[in-house]
Design a protein around this ligand. Structure first.
Ligand code: F6R
Length: 242
Protein backbone atom coordinates (compact mmCIF):
# COMPACT_ATOMS: atom_id res chain seq x y z
CA UNK A 1 0.00 0.00 0.00
CA UNK A 2 1.44 3.34 -1.05
CA UNK A 3 0.15 6.35 0.92
CA UNK A 4 0.50 9.80 -0.65
CA UNK A 5 -0.25 12.80 1.56
CA UNK A 6 -1.22 15.87 -0.44
CA UNK A 7 -1.88 19.47 0.58
CA UNK A 8 -5.61 19.65 -0.06
CA UNK A 9 -8.61 17.92 -1.70
CA UNK A 10 -7.88 19.58 -5.07
CA UNK A 11 -4.40 18.04 -5.11
CA UNK A 12 -5.94 14.63 -4.27
CA UNK A 13 -8.32 14.92 -7.23
CA UNK A 14 -5.48 16.01 -9.52
CA UNK A 15 -3.20 13.14 -8.50
CA UNK A 16 -6.07 10.64 -8.83
CA UNK A 17 -6.89 11.97 -12.29
CA UNK A 18 -3.22 11.55 -13.26
CA UNK A 19 -3.44 7.84 -12.32
CA UNK A 20 -6.57 7.40 -14.46
CA UNK A 21 -5.00 9.31 -17.36
CA UNK A 22 -1.89 7.10 -17.20
CA UNK A 23 -4.07 3.98 -17.13
CA UNK A 24 -6.02 5.12 -20.21
CA UNK A 25 -2.78 5.97 -22.02
CA UNK A 26 -1.45 2.45 -21.26
CA UNK A 27 -4.71 0.75 -22.22
CA UNK A 28 -7.44 2.78 -23.95
CA UNK A 29 -9.90 -0.12 -23.55
CA UNK A 30 -9.49 -0.17 -19.77
CA UNK A 31 -12.12 -1.52 -17.41
CA UNK A 32 -12.78 1.09 -14.73
CA UNK A 33 -14.26 0.43 -11.30
CA UNK A 34 -16.06 3.57 -10.15
CA UNK A 35 -17.42 5.02 -6.91
CA UNK A 36 -20.08 7.52 -5.91
CA UNK A 37 -20.20 9.76 -2.82
CA UNK A 38 -18.81 13.26 -2.31
CA UNK A 39 -15.11 12.46 -2.42
CA UNK A 40 -14.68 11.39 -6.09
CA UNK A 41 -16.72 14.29 -7.53
CA UNK A 42 -13.67 16.57 -7.90
CA UNK A 43 -11.74 13.76 -9.59
CA UNK A 44 -14.61 13.24 -12.06
CA UNK A 45 -14.61 17.01 -12.77
CA UNK A 46 -10.87 16.89 -13.41
CA UNK A 47 -11.28 13.93 -15.80
CA UNK A 48 -14.13 15.72 -17.61
CA UNK A 49 -11.92 18.82 -18.00
CA UNK A 50 -9.04 16.74 -19.37
CA UNK A 51 -11.44 14.96 -21.74
CA UNK A 52 -12.70 18.33 -23.02
CA UNK A 53 -9.09 19.43 -23.47
CA UNK A 54 -8.50 16.36 -25.66
CA UNK A 55 -6.07 14.76 -23.20
CA UNK A 56 -7.99 11.51 -22.72
CA UNK A 57 -10.94 9.59 -24.11
CA UNK A 58 -13.37 6.97 -22.89
CA UNK A 59 -14.53 5.64 -26.28
CA UNK A 60 -13.24 2.12 -25.63
CA UNK A 61 -13.72 2.07 -21.86
CA UNK A 62 -16.10 -0.14 -19.89
CA UNK A 63 -17.05 0.68 -16.31
CA UNK A 64 -18.51 -1.07 -13.28
CA UNK A 65 -19.76 0.86 -10.30
CA UNK A 66 -19.22 -0.40 -6.80
CA UNK A 67 -22.74 -0.25 -5.51
CA UNK A 68 -26.38 0.74 -5.81
CA UNK A 69 -29.25 1.10 -3.36
CA UNK A 70 -31.67 -1.81 -3.24
CA UNK A 71 -35.23 -1.21 -4.45
CA UNK A 72 -34.51 2.30 -5.73
CA UNK A 73 -35.42 2.60 -9.43
CA UNK A 74 -32.46 3.54 -11.64
CA UNK A 75 -34.45 6.68 -12.59
CA UNK A 76 -34.64 7.91 -8.97
CA UNK A 77 -32.56 11.09 -8.57
CA UNK A 78 -30.70 9.59 -5.58
CA UNK A 79 -29.89 6.30 -7.33
CA UNK A 80 -26.21 5.82 -7.95
CA UNK A 81 -27.01 5.34 -11.66
CA UNK A 82 -28.38 8.89 -11.79
CA UNK A 83 -25.44 10.18 -9.74
CA UNK A 84 -23.00 8.70 -12.27
CA UNK A 85 -24.92 10.11 -15.24
CA UNK A 86 -25.03 13.59 -13.66
CA UNK A 87 -21.49 13.73 -12.31
CA UNK A 88 -19.57 11.87 -15.00
CA UNK A 89 -21.06 9.77 -17.80
CA UNK A 90 -23.17 12.57 -19.38
CA UNK A 91 -20.01 14.65 -19.84
CA UNK A 92 -17.65 12.14 -21.45
CA UNK A 93 -17.62 9.96 -24.57
CA UNK A 94 -18.23 6.60 -22.84
CA UNK A 95 -20.76 4.40 -24.68
CA UNK A 96 -23.92 4.19 -22.52
CA UNK A 97 -24.04 0.41 -22.96
CA UNK A 98 -20.51 0.14 -21.57
CA UNK A 99 -21.45 1.50 -18.14
CA UNK A 100 -22.72 -0.89 -15.49
CA UNK A 101 -24.18 -0.10 -12.08
CA UNK A 102 -25.59 -2.97 -9.98
CA UNK A 103 -29.29 -3.50 -10.68
CA UNK A 104 -30.75 -2.36 -7.36
CA UNK A 105 -34.29 -2.69 -8.70
CA UNK A 106 -33.86 -6.22 -10.13
CA UNK A 107 -36.76 -8.61 -9.51
CA UNK A 108 -34.16 -11.17 -8.41
CA UNK A 109 -31.31 -9.28 -6.68
CA UNK A 110 -29.34 -12.44 -5.92
CA UNK A 111 -29.30 -13.39 -9.60
CA UNK A 112 -28.38 -9.76 -10.42
CA UNK A 113 -25.35 -10.03 -8.10
CA UNK A 114 -24.19 -13.26 -9.77
CA UNK A 115 -24.70 -11.66 -13.18
CA UNK A 116 -22.59 -8.64 -12.11
CA UNK A 117 -19.70 -10.85 -11.02
CA UNK A 118 -19.86 -12.72 -14.34
CA UNK A 119 -19.92 -9.47 -16.32
CA UNK A 120 -16.75 -8.25 -14.57
CA UNK A 121 -14.97 -11.52 -15.39
CA UNK A 122 -16.25 -11.41 -19.00
CA UNK A 123 -14.86 -7.87 -19.34
CA UNK A 124 -11.44 -9.19 -18.34
CA UNK A 125 -11.47 -7.89 -14.74
CA UNK A 126 -11.13 -4.37 -13.38
CA UNK A 127 -7.95 -2.55 -14.36
CA UNK A 128 -8.28 0.42 -12.01
CA UNK A 129 -10.72 0.66 -9.11
CA UNK A 130 -11.62 4.00 -7.54
CA UNK A 131 -12.66 3.89 -3.87
CA UNK A 132 -13.73 6.25 -1.13
CA UNK A 133 -13.83 5.18 2.51
CA UNK A 134 -16.65 5.42 5.02
CA UNK A 135 -16.06 6.90 8.48
CA UNK A 136 -16.51 3.34 9.73
CA UNK A 137 -13.87 1.99 7.33
CA UNK A 138 -16.29 0.61 4.74
CA UNK A 139 -15.35 0.29 1.08
CA UNK A 140 -18.20 0.02 -1.36
CA UNK A 141 -21.02 -0.85 1.02
CA UNK A 142 -18.93 -3.52 2.72
CA UNK A 143 -19.67 -2.49 6.26
CA UNK A 144 -17.59 -3.51 9.30
CA UNK A 145 -17.74 -7.29 9.93
CA UNK A 146 -18.17 -7.97 6.19
CA UNK A 147 -16.47 -11.14 5.04
CA UNK A 148 -13.05 -10.17 3.67
CA UNK A 149 -13.50 -12.66 0.80
CA UNK A 150 -17.06 -11.54 -0.05
CA UNK A 151 -18.42 -11.24 -3.59
CA UNK A 152 -21.11 -8.93 -5.01
CA UNK A 153 -24.16 -9.30 -2.77
CA UNK A 154 -27.00 -7.58 -0.92
CA UNK A 155 -25.90 -5.84 2.29
CA UNK A 156 -27.79 -4.10 5.07
CA UNK A 157 -26.36 -0.65 5.74
CA UNK A 158 -25.29 0.36 9.25
CA UNK A 159 -27.08 3.19 11.06
CA UNK A 160 -23.89 5.30 10.72
CA UNK A 161 -23.84 4.90 6.93
CA UNK A 162 -27.57 5.62 6.63
CA UNK A 163 -27.09 8.79 8.72
CA UNK A 164 -24.01 9.82 6.70
CA UNK A 165 -25.96 9.50 3.44
CA UNK A 166 -29.14 11.17 4.74
CA UNK A 167 -27.76 14.48 3.42
CA UNK A 168 -28.51 13.32 -0.13
CA UNK A 169 -32.23 12.72 0.59
CA UNK A 170 -34.97 15.31 1.18
CA UNK A 171 -36.46 15.51 4.68
CA UNK A 172 -39.12 12.82 5.05
CA UNK A 173 -38.11 11.07 1.81
CA UNK A 174 -37.79 7.28 2.30
CA UNK A 175 -34.10 6.31 2.37
CA UNK A 176 -32.96 2.80 1.43
CA UNK A 177 -31.42 0.71 4.20
CA UNK A 178 -30.00 -1.97 1.91
CA UNK A 179 -27.75 -2.02 -1.13
CA UNK A 180 -26.05 -4.25 -3.66
CA UNK A 181 -22.29 -3.92 -3.37
CA UNK A 182 -19.27 -5.46 -5.00
CA UNK A 183 -17.65 -7.71 -2.41
CA UNK A 184 -14.29 -7.19 -0.76
CA UNK A 185 -12.97 -10.21 -2.66
CA UNK A 186 -14.24 -8.63 -5.89
CA UNK A 187 -12.48 -5.34 -5.12
CA UNK A 188 -9.26 -7.14 -4.18
CA UNK A 189 -9.08 -8.66 -7.68
CA UNK A 190 -8.75 -5.19 -9.28
CA UNK A 191 -5.29 -4.74 -10.75
CA UNK A 192 -4.82 -1.23 -9.34
CA UNK A 193 -6.80 0.38 -6.50
CA UNK A 194 -6.92 4.15 -5.98
CA UNK A 195 -8.53 5.14 -2.69
CA UNK A 196 -9.30 8.80 -1.96
CA UNK A 197 -9.94 10.24 1.50
CA UNK A 198 -10.25 13.91 2.37
CA UNK A 199 -11.23 15.79 5.51
CA UNK A 200 -10.78 15.30 9.24
CA UNK A 201 -13.91 13.14 9.46
CA UNK A 202 -12.01 10.36 7.64
CA UNK A 203 -8.82 10.57 9.75
CA UNK A 204 -9.69 7.73 12.17
CA UNK A 205 -10.77 5.42 9.33
CA UNK A 206 -7.58 6.22 7.38
CA UNK A 207 -5.44 5.40 10.43
CA UNK A 208 -7.27 2.08 10.95
CA UNK A 209 -6.92 1.24 7.24
CA UNK A 210 -3.20 2.07 6.99
CA UNK A 211 -1.84 1.29 10.45
CA UNK A 212 -4.41 -0.95 12.10
CA UNK A 213 -4.51 -4.72 12.04
CA UNK A 214 -6.12 -6.27 8.98
CA UNK A 215 -9.59 -6.84 10.31
CA UNK A 216 -13.19 -7.07 9.17
CA UNK A 217 -13.88 -4.33 11.74
CA UNK A 218 -12.19 -1.99 9.24
CA UNK A 219 -12.91 -3.52 5.82
CA UNK A 220 -10.51 -1.10 4.07
CA UNK A 221 -7.61 -2.55 6.09
CA UNK A 222 -7.60 -5.58 3.75
CA UNK A 223 -6.05 -3.25 1.16
CA UNK A 224 -2.77 -3.66 3.10
CA UNK A 225 -2.70 -7.09 1.40
CA UNK A 226 -3.41 -5.75 -2.10
CA UNK A 227 -0.34 -5.68 -4.37
CA UNK A 228 -1.07 -2.29 -5.98
CA UNK A 229 -3.09 0.13 -3.85
CA UNK A 230 -2.46 3.87 -3.83
CA UNK A 231 -4.10 5.81 -0.98
CA UNK A 232 -4.41 9.53 -1.70
CA UNK A 233 -5.16 11.64 1.36
CA UNK A 234 -5.18 15.32 2.17
CA UNK A 235 -3.47 16.59 5.32
CA UNK A 236 -6.69 16.52 7.35
CA UNK A 237 -7.44 12.89 6.50
CA UNK A 238 -3.80 12.02 7.26
CA UNK A 239 -3.81 13.86 10.58
CA UNK A 240 -4.12 10.74 12.78
CA UNK A 241 -1.33 8.79 11.04
CA UNK A 242 1.73 8.08 13.21
C1 F6R B 1 -19.70 4.90 -2.90
C2 F6R B 1 -19.17 3.98 -1.91
C3 F6R B 1 -18.86 4.38 -0.50
C4 F6R B 1 -18.23 5.76 -0.39
C5 F6R B 1 -17.98 6.13 1.07
C6 F6R B 1 -17.44 7.53 1.24
O1 F6R B 1 -19.93 4.24 -4.13
O2 F6R B 1 -19.00 2.85 -2.24
O3 F6R B 1 -18.01 3.43 0.06
O4 F6R B 1 -17.03 5.79 -1.10
O5 F6R B 1 -19.17 6.01 1.81
O6 F6R B 1 -18.41 8.44 0.82
P1 F6R B 1 -18.09 9.99 0.72
O7 F6R B 1 -17.12 10.15 -0.38
O8 F6R B 1 -19.43 10.63 0.39
O9 F6R B 1 -17.57 10.40 2.05
Amino acid sequence: MKVVILDNPAAVAHYGADLFQQQLARKPASVLGLATGSTPVSLYRELIARHRAGLLGFGEVRSFNLDEYLDLPATHPQSYRQFMQREFFDHIDIAPGNTRVPAGDAADPIAACEDYERAIVDAGGIDIQLLGIGRNGHIGFNEPTSCLASRTRVKTLTRETIDDNARFFRAGEPQPHMAITMGIGTIMESRLVVLLATGESKAAAVKAMVEGPVSAWCPASILQMHPATVVLVDEDAASHLS
